[in-house]
Ligand binder design. Structure first.
Ligand SMILES: O=C(O)CCC(=O)C(=O)O
Ligand SMILES: [Fe+2]
Length: 380
C-alpha cells in the first residue's frame, strides 16, 4: 500500500483543462494472478465455475471467463468488424482486410484514435448473436445474481499492429501513428453514483431518450446511479491478446475504495459535484482520468485468449493501452443489467424496442430468437 497525492481528473470533453486534486487516501497496488498453464494470460475461469468466478470478481473487481465464444464465432465476429471498415463507405474507404497496406483510411464515422471502426453501435448478425449467447448470459447472471437481464448494444474495436508492419513500399515499418490513445475512465458519473440526487439526475437524462439514433444505446450505458446496485460491463476478446498487443487495462481492487476516493475528491472540488448534481451540466455520464493522473500507474493489463470475456464492476477505472506488437487486437463491448431497470421507463422502452426491431429486420436471413434471447433484447 502506498499513499498517493496529486491526482488530476477531468470530466469528459474537458481534457485540456485538468483540475489538480489531491486525493489523500491509500490506493492498494494489487497483483493479479496469471494462468498457471500459460503465464501470457490472466487467470481465467470456465463458464460453470460460478463460485470461483464470484470470489475472484469480489477480490479484484473484474474476472476473465474463457470459451464464451467458439473459434468460429470469433472468426465470424471479426469478419463483421472488417466489414464495417470495408463496406461502410466503399467509395471512400479502401480498406481490404487481406492487405494490411490498405489499413489507413478509416470511415468518417469511425474513431481512429480509439481504434473504433464505428461511432454508432454495431447491429450485424454475429454481434447480435453474441449479445444473446447463452454463455454470455450465464456469466452476467452469475455475477449479478439475476436471470432477467437486458443486453446493451455497443461498439467494437480494432487495434492495428504497430511493429514490423508491411507498408506499400514493401518494407516492414514501425507504425507509431497507428497506436491508439492510452486511456483510463469510468463509464458512469461517480457523482451520480454517490449523491442522493443521482437517481433523479440519471432519470432526467434517460427519460429524454427516444432512440431516433442508435447512439442512444451508447448514451444509455453511462447513465447509472447508486440505486442500480452492482453494474457489470465486459469486453469479448476476438483475437489472442498478449500484454504487448495493447488492450484492456483496469485498476484491480479499486471498487473497494471507490466511495472513499470520490468522496474525498468531491470535497476538494469547487463547486462540490455531489451538491451540484442537479444544477451543473455535464456531471452525469462518463468520467475520464487525466493522462497525468497517478492512478494511471496502477493500471494493469488483462491479456486473454480469443473467445474469452473480461467483465468488471462499472465502478472500476478501466480503459486501454496502445498496441506495441506486430499482432492486431479486436474486441466487442457488452453490458447486461437487470430488466427491472427498464420497466419503469415505459415510453423510452417502447422506442428502444422499435429501434431494435428495425435493426433486426436488416439482418437477412432473419434471426430465429427463442424466449430467452428475446428477453435479453426486451422483445417479449
Ligand atoms: O478494452 C478496451 O479497449 C476498453 C473498453 C471499454 O472501455 C469499455 O468497453 O467500456
Ligand atoms: Fe469503458
Amino acid at each position: 500500500m502506498t499513499k498517493q497525492k496529486g491526482n488530476q481528473q477531468s470530466t469528459k470533453n474537458q481534457d485540456k483543462k485538468p483540475q489538480k486534486q489531491g486525493v489523500n487516501i491509500q490506493i492498494p497496488r494489487v497483483a493479479v494472478p496469471r494462468d498457471p498453464l500459460d503465464a501470457n494470460y490472466t487467470l481465467s475461469f470456465a463458464v460453470n465455475e460460478a463460485q470461483e468466478m464470484k470470489e475472484f470478481f469480489d477480490e479484484y473487481g473484474f474476472v476473465v471467463i474463457r470459451d464464451v465464444l467458439t473459434p468460429q464465432e470469433c472468426t465470424d465476429t471479426l469478419t463483421e468488424v472488417f466489414d464495417v471498415l470495408q463496406y461502410f463507405e466503399p467509395q471512400k474507404c479502401s480498406w481490404d482486410r487481406n492487405d494490411i497496406t490498405t489499413w489507413n483510411q478509416w470511415p468518417s464515422n469511425a474513431m481512429e484514435r480509439f481504434g473504433s471502426p464505428s461511432r454508432p453501435p454495431i447491429f450485424t448478425r454475429q454481434f447480435m448473436l453474441n449479445r444473446v449467447n447463452p454463455n454470455m448470459h450465464k456469466v452476467f447472471a452469475t455475477l449479478i445474481g439475476e436471470q432477467d437481464l437486458i443486453v446493451s448494444h455497443d461498439r467494437c474495436c480494432l487495434y492495428r499492429p504497430t511493429r514490423n508492419v508491411l507498408t506499400s513500399t514493401g518494407i516492414q515499418a514501425k507504425m507509431e501513428h497507428w497506436a491508439t490513445a492510452p486511456n483510463l475512465h469510468l463509464d458512469m458519473s461517480p457523482w451520480c453514483y454517490l449523491s442522493p440526487d443521482g437517481p433523479v439526475a440519471t432519470e432526467r437524462e434517460l427519460s429524454k431518450l427516444r432512440y431516433e439514433h442508435t447512439g442512444s444505446f451508447i448514451f444509455e450505458n453511462n447513465q447509472v446511479s447508486g440505486e442500480d446496485g452492482l453494474l457489470i460491463q465486459g469486453v469479448i476478446n476476438l483475437v489472442d491478446n498478449y500484454d504487448e498487443d495493447g488492450g484492456f487495462q483496469c485498476v484491480p481492487g479499486f471498487p473497494k475504495i471507490f466511495d472513499e476516493y470520490f468522496k474525498s475528491l468531491a470535497k476538494q472540488m469547487n463547486p462540490n459535484p455531489l451538491d451540484e448534481l442537479l444544477n451543473e451540466k455535464n456531471l452525469t455520464g462518463g468520467f475520464n482520468f487525466h493522462k497525468n493522473d497517478i492512478l494511471n500507474s496502477y493500471g494493469v493489463r488483462v491479456p486473454l485468449r480469443a473467445g474469452s470475456i473480461v467483465v468488471w464492476d462499472q465502478k472500476m477505472p478501466h480503459g486501454s493501452l496502445p498496441n506495441q506488437s506486430s499482432r492486431m487486437r479486436s474486441a466487442q463491448f457488452i453490458r447486461m443489467y437487470p430488466a427491472s431497470q427498464l420497466r419503469e421507463h415505459r415510453d423510452r422502452r417502447e422506442s428502444r424496442r422499435d429501434c431494435i426491431r428495425e435493426q433486426l429486420e436488416k439482418i437477412q436471413p432473419s434471426l430465429q430468437l427463442d424466449q430467452r434471447q428475446k428477453g435479453l433484447l426486451d422483445l417479449n
